[in-house]
Write a protein that binds this ligand. Structure first.
Ligand code: AMP
Ligand code: MG
Length: 593
């Protein structure tokens, strides 16, 4: 057993008390930091230590009941956590450290801890060697030669011990790199950037082109399979844009006009207007022949059958407040172009043309399923060690937004036969298959094995966070995406890879997501070498500039971060971190999730 959950090397020191652990560490630390290492120390104390002093504010507040006291100043901060019930484990302590800011964690104390250690030994203490009993000891520093194959150093030679530790850190970093490549080398050695991944995927997608005529309602969110032309003029007739009086266009000079008719919407006045005549007219009602100007009712005074206009002669213009026939759409003009998506304005426009049936690209059928023995369907009492399946539901919502028909294969148990039969059924029924979970390093390998057997699948590590593992390929002719398991990673990977692929499959050419530039209102931590997608909230400040903050904690399992966000903040691989006031790219989510 060894500690696995630190992403950076851990090194402990095994020694009996009196050996001088702290004194040695005190000498090693300046040398290690001189070598460029950022080091944390976790120390175990047996006694009931207290770090802040009686009378200090933090002490008073803690004694008054703060179970966690976080005190900070310009140069340091400290978290004091009261643990009256149970001692914090070393693992929990490790988790509290910000490992992204560290190269090494040194651990002092925690004798029984199953982590890599150096044994410190001094003859004068008169204690036995520890290494024969502890297989986690990897080296010995002593003033006595031990009967062991392990590397040995002089306990007083701090330079050699420093070098040993630096080499250990380097080995660890090196091993981590090669572990990752070995893991993806098994099937395909790909580490890809986001844009490389997307380009490879898009290259492999061929648009479907089966089309069918559907009703207006069914056409919503589908793509038009052909240019749809207007069969009529919109508006059908020249009509009034106001409630008011219509007069002849070249008859703007009279003192007053005789009102000869009242034209309501849906009715008409079928005689041409003569000089000196006006007709009272309602918005939308057809203007009569010769009617070329409408004066709004508020600017008119009618007495008996005579009307005068306050604006006076010069205030009236030919053509004012008259909407011309075909002004919105003329007969045979394209109203919805082939390949465009039919959303509220388009479906409304089609209806306004009297069109009841629309040629659309047939609904894309997408098969989805979840994997993982720990994954349980909502609606059942929660089992021990299980987690409710959210991925199928986020995916369904995302797919519906793109007008897809979802074929839900449920949760597939961790068994080869179940997975194999699901995949082959799905590939026959669907135009695309999406699974979630089971593609990370360390996941049950049979998923990869079966995918590899049934199809032509690449296992990629995308240099992005969240959402690094991604499988993509074809099962038969059907494109397949093996998405990561973590709920946020699923959504981000969908937005970055599946959505562009689906849109291409549906026949939308060269779709590009909308992006904006915003000013970071908070420090955004990132790491070079990968694209980081933080969930963000953008807004417009009083100077009209777009600003963005993160939603807070960015764990890839925290779906709430997605729900609170209105954008993703994209930090490019070459950027280490974003300072307050710097510009960042944001990807708005409102139209996409
Ligand atoms: P995996 O990629 O299978 O290692 O999964 C990564 C994490 O995502 C694990 O914590 C899983 O429990 C979680 N996870 C996997 N599938 C789902 C799912 N369908 N819904 C919610 N969480 C999931
Ligand atoms: Mg899993």
């Amino acid at each position: 057993m060894s500690l696995t959950s630190a992403s950076i090397p851990l090194l402990g020191f095994a020694a009996y008390s009196g050996t001088g652990k702290t004194t040695l560490l005190e000498k090693l630390l300046p040398k290690l930091t001189d070598m460029g290492l950022k080091v944390a120390v976790i120390k175990h104390a047996h006694h009931n230590f207290d770090i802040d002093q009686e009378g200090k504010d933090s002490y008073r507040l803690r004694k008054a009941g703060a179970s966690q006291m976080l005190i900070s100043s310009r140069f340091r901060n400290a978290l004091i956590t009261e643990t009256p019930d149970e001692e914090t484990t070393c693992q929990q302590l490790i988790n509290k450290l910000d490992q992204t800011e560290l190269d090494l964690i040194l651990i002092e104390g925690f004798k029984q801890l199953p982590s890599t250690k150096i044994e410190l030994h001094r003859n004068e203490i008169g204690k036995p060697w520890i290494f024969p009993e502890d297989e986690n000891i990897i080296a010995i520093a002593s003033d006595l030669k031990a009967d062991s194959e392990l590397p040995q150093m002089d306990i007083n030679d701090t330079d050699s011990i420093t070098q040993f530790i630096v080499d250990y850190v380097k080995q660890h970093q090196h091993k981590q790199q090669s572990d990752l490549s070995a893991n993806c080398d098994e099937l395909s050695p790909a580490f890809l950037s986001v844009s490389q991944g997307r380009a490879k995927i898009l290259e492999a997608i061929t648009p479907l082109n089966s089309q069918s005529d559907v009703s207006l309602v069914e056409s919503i969110n589908a793509l038009a399979a052909q240019d749809i032309l207007s069969p009529i003029n919109v508006p059908q007739h020249n009509n009034s844009a106001m409630d008011g009086y219509v007069i002849c266009g070249d008859d703007l000079e009279c003192e007053s006009y005789t009102v000869v008719a009242e034209i309501m919407a849906g009715h008409s006045y079928d005689r041409p207007l003569q000089h000196g005549e006006a007709a009272k007219i309602m918005t939308g009602a057809p203007v009569p022949e010769n009617g070329h100007a409408v004066i709004m009712r508020e600017q008119a005074t009618q007495e008996g059958d005579q009307v005068r206009f306050d604006a006076g002669k010069s205030g009236i213009r030919k053509g004012q407040n008259v909407r011309l026939a075909g002004e919105d759409l003329a007969i045979d003009q394209i109203c919805v172009a082939k390949g465009s998506r039919i959303t509220a304005p388009e479906v409304g426009m089609l209806a306004s043309l009297g069109i009841a049936s629309v040629p659309v690209i047939a609904k894309t059928k997408v098969a989805i399923f979840s994997t993982g023995d720990e994954v349980q369907a909502p609606g059942e009492a929660q089992k021990a060690n299980s987690i409710y399946d959210s991925n199928r539901f986020t995916l369904t919502a995302l797919l519906q937004k793109l007008g897809c028909e979802v074929i839900d294969f449920g949760i597939i148990e961790d068994s080869e036969a179940a997975l194999e039969s699901t995949l082959s059924q799905a590939s026959q029924q669907a135009d695309m298959i999406l699974s979630s979970g089971g593609v990370s390093v360390g996941d049950a390998d049979y998923i990869k094995t079966i995918l590899d057997k049934l199809g032509n699948i690449n296992f990629w590590r995308i240099n992005m966070r969240p959402g690094r593992p991604l499988a993509f390929g074809h099962i038969g002719d059907t494109p397949f995406f093996g998405l990561p398991g973590n709920p946020v990673a699923v959504m981000v990977a969908f937005l970055q890879f599946v959505e562009p692929a689906l849109r291409k499959l549906q026949g939308e050419d060269n779709w590009q997501p909308e992006t904006f530039t915003a000013i970071a209102k908070e420090f955004i931590r990132s790491r070079t070498g990968r694209t980081e997608y933080s969930r963000g909230i953008y807004s417009i400040n009083q100077n009209g500039q777009m600003e963005v903050v993160t939603t807070g904690k960015q764990g890839s399992g925290i779906l709430r971060s997605m729900s609170e966000a209105n954008c993703l903040i994209e930090v490019q691989p070459e950027v280490e971190s974003v300072d307050i006031g710097q510009k960042v790219t944001i990807i708005p989510l409102s139209s996409r999730v």
